[in-house]
Design a protein around this ligand. Sequence first.
Ligand code: PLP
Length: 421
Amino acid sequence: MKRETICVQGGYKPTNGEPRIVPIVQSTTFKYDSSEEMGQLFDLEKSGYFYTRLANPTNDAVAKKICELEGGVGAMLTSSGQAANFFAVFNICEAGGHVVVSSAIYGGTFNLLINTLPKMGVEVTTVDPYCTEDELNAAFKENTKCVFGESIANPALTVFDFEKFAKAAHSHGVPLIVDNTFPTPIMCRPFEYGVDIVTHATTKYMDGHAATVGGCIVDSGNFDWMKYKDKFPGLCTPDETYHGIVYAERFGRAAYITKCTTHLMRDLGSIQSPQHAFYINLGLETLHLRMERHCSNALTIAKWLENNEKVAWVNYPGLESSRDYKLAQKYMPNGTCGVISFGLKGGRKAAEEMMDNLKLAAIVTHVADARTCVLHPASHTHRQLNDEQLKEAGVSPDLIRLSVGIENVDDIIEDLAQAMN
Ligand SMILES: *Cc1c(COP(=O)(O)O)cnc(C)c1O
């Protein structure tokens, strides 16, 4: 099936007499006839539901839809995008390990990887997303376990050069993890360019209505863990908490995502609630339609801003003037996302004043939903970062992050124009 059809019909196929749409299985637990059968589930000898923290049919159906959209072998929902990124890294990188991270990433992920992971004994090295291959290769160490990037960075809007990073990661025997929240699989499928693991904040376009916080991890199944088994003992040596199973042997291409569920979700929690998975699924059913409109509205507005005399600069990867235009054309030729960043000639002060005067667009800590909204990262999402870190993350003090919604584009432009005046 093509992506549009998967959005509507993927992940769930009712049989005779079953509900037409994914039912909410609002139950923590599942009943079995024999104690023996339940025991086999605990040993992972049989697959089946027994406790919602580990697996739930509603969550599984929604995860499966996202998995089909990305073209992976398995996926798991989490309670937030933060949990997805944490689990994605921690599943293969624990104390003593090292991660190479693109410096252009979401502020929350930056805090997680740069400040919190080191407290757990994980070393982190940041690299400029535009670095040369030599600079990138120099960032790897003996104990490097993975590389992390964002397909379109929030809010720097840097387009990630998947092939450059995948080549470096694979030549050092480690997988590439990419947060694909902004383009969504409608506009970009990172697995096609060598990425091994994809994460999402489903909170953004996938839900699309600013209703539900959630995350997802998708496994491409393409990374050969056994080939580098000394690097990944968690996947390639016996797990004593499951009577000595070796994930890479027992689960083959789904080893990574199975361990993520049976081990990390079991121990750390952060499961998506089935009720909220249901809401995310409603969002997914129109993702393809909304992404098209987000992208076309954003391109029209980016061009309008570019020709506006009050505007100092505009960054939108769909604009020919963007540093990332070529990368965007290569990896996401049908569109990028609905988020634009720009600065006014009046700088930081003008940005704050303009935002206060918007009527249709609201100031909210959010992006990527149906309603147009704005944020000033230097005073909001990225306020913990110092000037040097802001610069590395591609966030200037005057940067306004405009998340273009799916309203009528002329109304959005009129609002921006009156606020600037
Ligand atoms: C919002 C966001 C996250 C975090 O997601 P939450 O659901 O808010 O935890 C991670 N990555 C990107 C790119 C985001 O935009």
